[in-house]
Design a protein. Structure first.
Length: 207
């Protein structure tokens, strides 16, 4: 195990999940939203419970891309860690100084299926607080960008399209499941944009 970790360093950065999750759950349980996030576009987006599946696929994208880059491309993995954790902790900071929430969830869902069961479970365990910017969208965009710039995705347009489509579907799912406002999505993705110029644009220019 020690030799294995020496050959592929950087796994210790995943320990940042511990303070992140502690702060996140404390904020969600004890924060009272002072600012309700809402845009007129949110009212035009219908609730669709079937987007619960791409919404939950975020966990698979997160674990899968992180593991692949750690195993196959250490430098791309380090770039991912910078983008992902900087954005996540920045979002937590915003939640502290600007506690926000949503009032978008439908009061009653008049149908019953596996997707509505999943949504009811999500709504029970996840309060509509601390939503803007969206960590779901920030991390999804970071995954797609890091994978596209790695040796696994570089010069492989098919894989890049798949990564960005998956991330885009997750971002769309956050508004169709009423877990986020469109504003949360835009600001979440925007957190990743500067990293493109910092980490990847210079490389393309040099080449």
């Amino acid at each position: 195990m020690k030799k294995w970790l020496t050959l592929r360093p950087g796994l210790q950065w995943q320990l940042l999940w511990i303070p992140y999750l502690i702060i996140f759950f404390l904020e969600n349980n004890y924060t009272v939203p002072k600012y309700i996030i809402h845009t007129p576009l949110d009212d035009l987006i219908p609730f669709c419970e079937w987007f619960a599946f791409p919404y939950c696929s975020w966990f698979l994208l997160l674990a899968g891309v992180t593991a692949l880059l750690w195993w196959y491309d250490t430098q791309a993995y380090y770039k991912l860690v910078k983008m992902m954790f900087s954005g996540m902790f920045f979002c937590l900071f915003i939640y502290i100084i600007l506690p926000n929430g949503l009032e978008l969830r439908p009061p009653v869902v008049e149908r019953e299926n596996i997707a509505t069961w999943i949504m009811n479970f999500l709504w029970q365990v996840d309060d509509p607080a601390n939503v803007c910017p969206s960590i779901h969208c920030q991390t999804s965009a970071a995954m797609a960008l890091a994978f596209s710039g790695s040796r696994l995705g570089r010069e492989k347009p098919g894989r890049q399209i798949l990564a960005w489509c998956w991330a885009g579907l997750i971002c769309a799912s956050t508004v169709f499941t009423k877990q986020h406002s469109i504003l949360d999505v835009v600001l979440g993705v925007a957190l990743v944009v500067p990293w493109y110029f910092i980490l990847y644009r210079k490389e393309k220019t040099a080449l």
